[in-house]
Design a protein. Structure first.
Length: 256
């Protein structure tokens, strides 16, 4: 199967996984149309993220990997709006964090079946609930990979904005096949600019608006930025094991 046919098959299988998931009796959340993207592990921005201690490197995690297959699973608009309209994280939003995790596992299984059927090596990059407390971050962020792939951009507290909207889960798998465009040979000023464009919307340092400050129930947001430790401490009251900002998400809607 050539690369284009394979991509179309992956997209069909991912859409099917979403439809099947929403038919389960134990799920309540609804999701929009999933998006799929591909990025080469040779993109130099992965090297820069790793060197600066901001993210794991895909080659360090899975050496045979050459392409990351990415997907974005958008939450239904009513779930996002519910979280914007409450002082504390809305019950629907917190529930969606867990259900989107279950859905991502189902999508990963579909991707694995397709790729194994083509004789390709395939692996996960994260168990999606890993947390490094000393670094105040996950061990690996699919959101950085999706931003590098051009699927969207980073947002406050390491959130991800797709098509101008936020509220969804980014996930993926890594394979030894070549399915992504060859990355640009960035260096010097061009590389510095591309890296800045990747990180600038990922707000942890100021400025933060008064509206954004008031939206944070954990007191982690100030005019100077977002205190990662305070953010972690509040999110731990929601999810003790994995205190990621996604379990709260109250600041995600704001722009730098």
């Amino acid at each position: 199967m050539d690369a284009e046919h394979l991509k179309r098959k992956l997209e069909r299988e991912i859409r099917e996984a979403v439809m099947e998931f929403q038919e389960r009796e134990d799920t309540t959340c609804r999701f929009g149309e999933p998006a799929v993207g591909y990025v080469s592990v040779d993109d130099v921005r992965f090297d820069m993220l790793f060197a600066r201690g901001l993210n794991g490197h895909p080659r360090e995690i899975y050496r045979p990997g050459r392409t990351i297959i990415l997907y974005y699973l958008p939450l239904a608009e009513e779930t996002v709006k519910a979280n914007e309209g409450s002082e504390e994280p809305a019950e629907e939003w917190v529930r969606a964090y867990y259900e989107s995790l279950w859905l991502a596992m189902a999508v990963n299984q579909k991707i694995r079946e397709v790729m194994v059927g083509q004789g390709r090596l395939i692996s996960g990059l994260s168990n999606m609930v890993s947390w490094e407390d000393d670094k105040l971050r996950e061990d690996w962020s699919f959101k950085f990979a999706a931003a590098i792939a051009g699927m969207g951009e980073m947002g406050p507290a390491g959130s991800f904005h797709f098509d101008g909207k936020y509220g969804g889960r980014v996930g993926g798998m890594i394979t030894d096949g070549m399915y992504a465009d060859k990355p640009e040979a960035l260096e010097g000023e061009e590389l510095a600019k591309a890296f800045a464009e990747l990180l600038d919307p990922c707000l942890f340092e100021g400025p933060c608006s008064e509206e954004m400050i008031k939206a944070c129930p954990g007191g982690a947001v100030s005019a100077e930025g977002i205190d990662r430790a305070l953010c972690r401490d509040y999110c731990r009251t929601i999810n003790e094991t994995t205190p990621v900002p996604e379990v709260c998400g109250k600041c995600f809607r704001f722009k730098v």
